[in-house]
Design a protein around this ligand. Structure first.
Ligand SMILES: [Zn+2]
Length: 215
């Protein structure tokens, strides 16, 4: 390995790697501020050897930065993950030959790199689902326009609940899984929800929305 100490680490290298691969909207983040935060993040570890710093240590530092927005937090966490992959000399690569069937017409779904989605091959069907940046695996099940909109609505209801610290992500997911009648240890993933599940989850989320204060 070229670098042996954290002090020799170049945050720009991490940023470049993140730019290439991040599914987090890094374009919405003030990059200079992000670079400054990265400096702050690695500062306590400057004198340590690379292999003595774990992603978990960085996560702890990130969690302590309470003044940041959710996107900024996600962005920093992603950098920490990129760092840990880079530290181990490992980068996730696109998985080849993913077989994904359309739940509406059973056609094969092909990867479209322009839109970063898996799209149904059937021209009369508009089902699609985004994929993960690193390994290119689908985020969930393909959805038609109506279901995509429903999932988006769920997502926009989740954001204020987390941003206002009404519930932690773990607690929120547990509660929503309970509403869906799913075991608490299963994975809550908006991209796997069907239309009925979206309705159930939306109803639960509406009750959790922060109270709008009158101006
Ligand atoms: Zn289809």
């Amino acid at each position: 390995m070229k670098y042996r100490k954290i002090s020799q680490l170049d945050p720009v290298m991490l940023l470049t790697a993140q730019f290439r691969r991040s599914h987090i909207p890094i374009c919405q983040v003030d990059l200079d501020a992000h670079a400054a935060r990265l400096d702050l993040l690695f500062k306590p570890h400057k004198r340590k050897y690379l292999n003595r710093v774990s992603a978990n240590m960085l996560f702890k530092n990130i969690n302590a930065m309470t003044e940041l927005s959710t996107t900024e937090h996600d962005c920093l966490r992603y950098t920490a993950l990129v760092f840990s992959e880079w530290q181990r000399g490992y980068f996730s690569k696109p998985v080849q030959c993913v077989k994904l069937a359309c739940p509406y017409c059973q056609s094969h779904c092909s990867i479209d790199h322009d839109t970063q989605m898996y799209c149904c091959d059937n021209k009369d069907c508009d089902a699609s689902v985004p994929y993960w940046q690193g390994d290119h695996l689908p985020l969930g099940t393909p959805a038609n326009a109506e279901l995509r909109q429903q999932r988006q609505a769920v997502e926009s209801l989740v954001v204020p609940v987390l941003a206002n610290n009404i519930l932690t992500k773990v607690d929120l997911h547990k509660r929503l899984l309970k509403c869906l009648g799913m075991p608490p240890k299963s994975l809550f993933n908006i991209y796997n929800l069907d239309s009925t599940q979206c309705d159930i989850v939306s109803n639960a989320l509406i009750k959790l929305q922060p109270v709008q204060r009158a101006m």
